[in-house]
Design a protein around this ligand. Sequence first.
Ligand SMILES: [Zn+2]
Length: 424
Amino acid sequence: MLIHSASQLLTLAGGPQRGRDLGTLGIIEKGAVLMRDEKIVVVGTSAELKSAYPDEPSLDATGCVVMPGFVDPHTHVIWGGDRANEFAMKMAGAKYLDILAAGGGIISTVRATRTASIESLIAQTRPRLLRMFAHGTTTAEAKTGYGLQTATELRLLKALLALDDESPLDLAITFLGAHAIAPEFKDDPQGYTDLVCDTMLPMLKGWWETHAPELALPFVDVFCENRAFDLEQSRQILTRARSLGFPLKIHADEFDNIGGASLAVDLGAASADHLVKTSDADIAALGKSDTVAVALPCTPFGLAEKDYTPAQKLLDANAILALATDCNPGTSWNESMQFAIALSCRYMGLTPAQAIAASTINSAHAIRRSDRIGSLEAGKQADLLILSIPDYRHLGYRYGTNLVKQVIKRGRVYSVDVGYYRTA
Ligand SMILES: [Zn+2]
């Protein structure tokens, strides 16, 4: 199929964009792209491709931007229950301890997740994935982490594999058994750390090789913060995971700077995520590494906090910057990368072009798939968006509504645009 006449076709060609190179969109005016068998064959101008492929079935994108599908490289999309009550309490002025006393916080989600069947977890997560897809996310990372006990964490992995199979978008799965200290270990964080290292990770390895032998091993992630896993416990978990062959990720510097970002660099992690309180030394280390700095602007927004990831410092340090939604029930229930882009422009000082590159080719690199997705180039997977906007700068500028008209995943076209009124 030939998609042609796009007012702008954004290729994002040339690989991950480091530092001040961020925002190189590779725009083709009146652009076209030819897809066959789930892959992109060629990209060019409409005049060139229409004359070279006159008999190809075609899709007219007049007046629209065509670009790679969004890659959301940090989500906690699978969980049980919700925390709407807690949000209402917070907005009414309740303090963190009041909410904990009322049974709120992450542990309430852990409780709801532990008691949910696999069928229920799949049914609760499916509409979130479909909303992501309708908003243009064609690949999403998805973490476990609301089980905090071996059996539930495995149930979450099973559910994620089933959802990856059934849904149009692709999932990159991450094991986050070290999301928080399990409630049974609240006075013994080292005991829970040892359980993750000595029981969960070896079991995960064997389980994955039996249940998903055709897939690469999942990422292993850790929440490195005060009151979660300290720097030494984080190092213990990630070092153990690396020795078992798992690729790594880390949650670092959301609330305090305790050295997680430099640990990620030292261990060759694919990404370090949050990075709000990151020190200048840690930023410099990221800038000299291939560890992607993933900013999650929906999270401070969700918490009504004022501090965001210092994107300008990261770009000055030559880091590879990416954006994600952090979709989760406590701090950021948002499925839309378009909204993350809008926030990053206002609160991190990104231009729309920089935010788009951070949400496609760079976010693909954060899950180590930039060789397959994240740009429109010959040989890559045909994952792309047709947006009902004439100019890419409408992304970021506009927010709160969906600008996606069609999502194309592995060459299949899905229409999501409403575009008309319908009466009952
Ligand atoms: Zn997270």
